[in-house]
Structure formats: structure tokens, C-alpha cells
Write a new protein. Structure first.
Length: 134
């Protein structure tokens, strides 16, 4: 059977002729335009007592100077390292990820220098000693 891919991104809405990049980014997702795209976080979860840890944000079209929003606020740039167009590393510091009894979910978004935001990806912090899979 045919599968309809999920489409992320956007096309400029000003009239005129455009060349717009369209690329398959895996997981049955097609990306339109130059937005950054997060494919996965590695790890995607941690126990609070494991912090600080390095989280690898894996995806496409990250640019040097990209910033990370966590729950809608910019994460301090000093804890963010640009590795390549496909990877940014974030040092998860305990103070920014307070534990919740049921575990807490944090939306990560990559914001390129032109203020174009990626899709969100969830990072989960579990209380110390509570086994959450990764």
C-alpha cells in the first residue's frame, strides 16, 4: 500500500517563483524549505541523578550559531555545542531539568540564526531510581 509521508516545513507565501528544497529526512518524513529538523535525541531520557549529561540532538540543516529552546525558553548558549549540520550537543544541567514524581517532559526546538524553528522533540527526565527506558 502507499504511505503518505508527514510533511514538515513551509513554502514562502509571497507571490513569485521560488526554488524550494524538498528532502526526505527518514522516518517517513519529507522536509520542505530550510528549517532545521530534529530526527531524534540521544539519549531521549535520563534519570535525574544521571545529570549532567550530554544530549546529542540529531537531525538536519542545523547552522553554526543555532540556539536551543527548552520549554519555549532559550537554553544558555554556553551549554550548547554545534558539531555539524546534523548534530548539536546540549549539556543537560540539573538546575534546568527539575525532577517530577511522574517524570517530566521537555520540548527541545532548534532555532537557526534566521529565527526558523525546528519541529519539537521530547526529552524526559525521570526521578532518581525510577527506571524509565531510553
Amino acid at each position: 500500500g502507499e504511505t503518505t509521508p508527514d510533511v514538515v516545513g513551509s513554502i514562502p507565501v509571497v507571490s513569485g517563483r521560488y526554488s524550494v528544497e524538498v528532502k526526505s529526512v527518514g522516518n517517513n518524513v519529507v522536509k520542505i524549505g530550510d528549517m532545521p529538523y530534529i530526527g531524534r535525541l540521544n539519549p531521549s531520557s535520563a534519570q535525574f541523578n544521571e545529570l549532567p549529561i550530554i544530549i546529542r540532538i540529531i537531525g538536519e540543516d542545523f547552522i553554526l550559531g543555532a540556539r536551543i529552546k527548552v520549554l519555549g525558553s532559550f537554553y544558555p548558549d554556553g551549554f550548547v555545542t554545534y558539531v555539524s549540520p546534523r548534530e548539536i550537543q546540549l549539556s543537560a544541567i540539573p538546575g534546568f531539568f527539575p525532577p517530577e514524581p511522574q517524570g517530566a517532559q521537555y520540548d527541545f526546538i532548534v532555532v537557526n540564526g534566521n529565527n526558523i524553528e525546528s519541529n519539537p522533540m521530547i526529552f524526559t527526565v525521570y526521578p532518581a531510581g525510577n527506571q524509565g527506558g531510553s
